[in-house]
Ligand binder design. Structure first.
Ligand code: 1YM
Length: 447
């Protein structure tokens, strides 16, 4: 047997063993085998296309839901490298049939920045699919390779023809013996793809559902600034979205913020590598701290706050605020915390976000005096309201304490029965002669 053939066969056996592990415990790789897990397969493939866009190659992604609930993702990036990997296996086959420990392998120049399974996504999809068909346009040719039944290689990559374009298309059908449902949810795809298009500005994402002929195209030139406009459309925004961006400690930071008149509660959506961080983390901490600091500095510099005045607190400057914070961070620096791993733990993210948001917001406030003044006035109003509420709470606490202390009424007061403040009564019971109940006198107060 030729040496190369032997290596090829050995690799193939190893490959199948790897993918078998995924089929045995799919939950370990995609969380669950319900509809959420099913769609996770699709997000994994889309993430690879988004990574390619974020690396600077390609600007279009097309997602087609086919009639039998198979799905196809097409991008116009460089195309997966087609050459032979050092293990003696064609590179696409390594991508789709090997579980890597993490990160991309030798051919990789950059780092994976979108979410997902850190380089093993394509092989997990293959392991859990009835079939995967890969089309690669690269080096002037169209290459095709197919895998079936959880990753068995059907053919070596073959040339289908010539092409001047570049890109990758992955068509797969989730395995019904693994998933409780294999129905692809158009609405879910719509939402996810729209969110991705907001997060990667100028990326055109098309969605087409062959089952219903529904279709949609997303492209947002102004990215998350448009996202915030969309979220706040019914909240009466006070100003155009403020957009801040920069890179620090190798972390890309983007942020859009807008204050609104309606709905006072703060609304901060944060993302790390396009994945929502529902439980926040270090990036959010950095953002909040920068916001408070920038507003306080401005308020003091412009005389809104005098030396004797206390600083504005975080809650004051966040009243009525909607913000989107999106950061991109190399896999080597990624650390998640908490039970659901939805909380960013990377310490550098706090410093990077804090530095960029503070510096750029300071600049914005200095430039746009009119908006800045009205936002600072709102924050000062919030601080005053907070202080008034605190004083009122304190007063009530003091009165309660006083009443209990002076009358020592413990055990002698009962909660009021009537909720109407006009008819609430306080009975003070005086015992004229100690221990003689019949001599008890009542004094009635209207409160
Ligand atoms: C529809 C899914 O997978 N696109 C895609 C994947 C890769 C590349 C381009 C790519 C990456 C690199 C160099 C690199 C991948 N390549 C690899 C590996 N779309 C989809 N588009 N050239 C092309 O990272 O250096 C894994 S994914 F490892 F082979 F380089």
């Amino acid at each position: 047997m030729a040496r190369t053939k032997q290596i090829y066969d050995e690799s193939k056996i190893q490959i199948l063993q790897g993918l078998e592990a995924v089929r045995k415990r799919p939950g370990m790789y995609i969380g669950s085998t319900d509809s959420k897990g099913l769609h996770q397969l699709l997000w994994e493939i889309i993430d690879n296309s988004i990574d390619e866009v974020l690396s600077g190659f390609g600007d279009q992604i097309k997602v087609i839901i086919h009639k039998g609930n198979s799905v196809e993702v097409i991008d116009n990036g460089r195309g997966i490298p087609i050459g032979m990997h050092k293990s003696g296996v064609p590179t696409p086959q390594v991508v789709f049939c090997t579980l890597h420990a993490g990160g991309k392998f030798d051919t990789s120049s950059g780092y994976k920045v979108s979410g997902g399974l850190h380089g093993v996504g394509s092989s997990v999809v293959n392991a859990l699919s009835e079939f995967v068909e890969v089309n690669i346009q690269r080096d002037g040719k169209i290459y095709f390779q197919k895998y079936e039944k959880g990753g068995s290689v059907i053919n070596k990559p073959k040339i289908l023809g010539d092409s001047r374009k570049t890109g990758t298309s992955v068509h797969f059908k989730p395995d019904p013996s693994i998933f409780s449902s294999t129905v692809i949810d158009y609405k879910l795809c719509y939402q996810r793809l729209k969110e991705s298009a907001y997060l990667v500005k100028n990326l055109k994402i098309e969605l087409f559902d062959e089952r219903t002929n529904e279709t949609e195209t997303f492209v947002f030139q102004n990215g998350i600034a448009e996202y915030i406009d969309d979220l706040n459309s019914n909240k009466d925004p006070i100003h155009d979205a403020i957009y801040l961006e920069g890179t620090n400690l190798g972390i890309q930071v983007e942020c859009a913020l807008q204050y609104c008149n309606k709905f006072y509660s703060e609304n901060l959506l944060s993302y790390v590598n396009n994945i929502r961080t529902r439980d926040g983390g270090t990036h959010e901490t950095g953002f909040r701290s920068a916001l408070t600091k920038a507003f306080n500095d401005y308020a003091r510099m412009k005389g809104f706050l005098k030396d004797k005045d206390p600083n504005l607190e975080g809650t004051d400057v966040r009243e009525g605020l909607s913000a989107i914070l999106s950061i991109r961070i190399g896999e080597d620096k990624l650390q998640f915390e908490g039970q659901t791993k939805n909380k960013l733990g990377t310490a550098d993210a706090k410093f990077a976000v804090e530095a960029i948001v503070f510096e750029k917001l300071k600049f914005f406030l200095a430039e746009k005096g009119e908006i800045a003044n009205s936002l600072v006035n709102n924050a000062i109003r919030a601080a005053k309201a907070r202080e008034a509420a605190r004083r009122a709470r304190e007063e009530v606490r003091m009165i309660k304490q006083k009443v209990v202390k002076t009358a020592n009424l413990a055990g002698k007061l009962a909660p009021v029965q009537n909720k109407n403040p006009k008819v609430n009564e306080l009975f003070i019971v005086e015992e004229a002669v100690p221990n003689k109940a019949e001599t008890v006198a009542f004094r009635q107060f209207y409160l």
